[in-house]
Ligand binder design. Sequence first.
Ligand code: FAD
Length: 401
Amino acid sequence: MTNISIFSYIYSVANIVIIGGGAAGCFCAAVLSTLRPGWNITVLEAGKRPMAKLAVTGGGRCNITNTFEGTESLQLVYPRGYNLMKKALGRFGWRDCLEWFAGRGVAFTIQPDHCVFPESQDAMQIVHVLENEMKRGGVHVQCDSKIYSLDQINPRPDAIVITTGGGTAEILSCTGLSIEDPVPSLFTFKIDDSGIKELMGTVVQDVTLGIAGTKFRSHGTLLLTDWGISGPATLRLSSYAARHLAQNGYKGSLLVNWLGLSIDEASSMLSGLSKSSGRTIANSHPSALTDRLWRMLVSRAGIRPDCRWDELGSKGLARLLNVLCSDTYAITGRARFKEEFVTCGGVSLSEVNPATMEARSFPGLFFAGEVLDIDAVTGGFNLQAAWSTAWIAAHSIAEKY
Ligand SMILES: Cc1cc2nc3c(=O)[nH]c(=O)nc-3n(C[C@H](O)[C@H](O)[C@H](O)COP(=O)(O)OP(=O)(O)OC[C@H]3O[C@@H](n4cnc5c(N)ncnc54)[C@H](O)[C@@H]3O)c2cc1C
């Protein structure tokens, strides 16, 4: 008796259809085929080949996960889905992900910013591992197979896993499951300001950004560009405020705290600088700001470049502190970050049992990956969500059938 027939004897052979051959779908198929060899597992992929997006993640290097070491709270990483992800990471976290791929020959490198990449710096290595695992497990991958409605899947398999990625939840219209409207996340901001544009390429560390009139705030590195602003702090703000900005046509008032300090902290820092009272303000700048940026901010505060610290006066100091800690710019639109983005929205998490990834009202219908209303800031967290949810779906299907 072969291994397959032993398993077929212990477990009846189940038919499983996975719709969407991306990171989540292929990982789910690979894990399930290891757990239940001999099962009939089919991946239906709309495109010409599976995992086309995975192949270009991280600029072709694949930021596969993150050690979460720099993470203050999971809510700051997963603005949508942090409760579910807390449970999911407890079952299949970043270490489990690395162990799974390491067991299949992938070595990893962990960057100082806690992002994890394959040592080969090649996303295709991850794609090939998943392809090989699916092949070894006898998974049927059918490309050019776009599914428009679940009614198309005939005869009904034992379980269907939806892993169609962001903005694809319309496939579920026949189910009546509630869907959070999909809107883009992880974008950069257009700002029509000549001062910013002239300083394109300038990097400022430890900036706090916000949207005026809201509680959305982000902290980190800011990059000035020829269209406005980019960099980690901008991408994070776009993620936190994704739905708010979509509802407001990507217009709003951007708050910039250039030093990431409170008014009191900034005031005592300036009083240190002003000790050199004979010097002009333009010539003695906080170390966190470049000479050119400082001059631009001094000018925004309406202060002459040749003004000395001892000439500034309390009103001038108040204006300077206001620009440093609460500068404002009009956001005129959104722009792409390289070609990367994720979708905020998807299948409402109230519809899904987080322990199994099965729809509460549709037994046999499972979800994993970006089709769910889960998304993260940049840093490998989005792929980790795909791995964790796909692993849970695969294990619960293996146990159920
Ligand atoms: C350019 C880019 C770079 C990125 N880099 C990173 C990174 O380095 N690290 C990170 O953590 N995240 C990254 N992300 C985000 C990450 O790629 C996604 O979060 C992740 O791919 C989601 O996996 P998924 O399987 O849920 O969806 P997808 O990878 O989008 O896969 C969904 C699949 O389903 C197929 N499909 C869709 N509709 C249907 C249908 N109706 N019928 C059949 N098939 C269908 C699609 O063709 C696709 O192959 C990046 C995103 C982009 C766009």
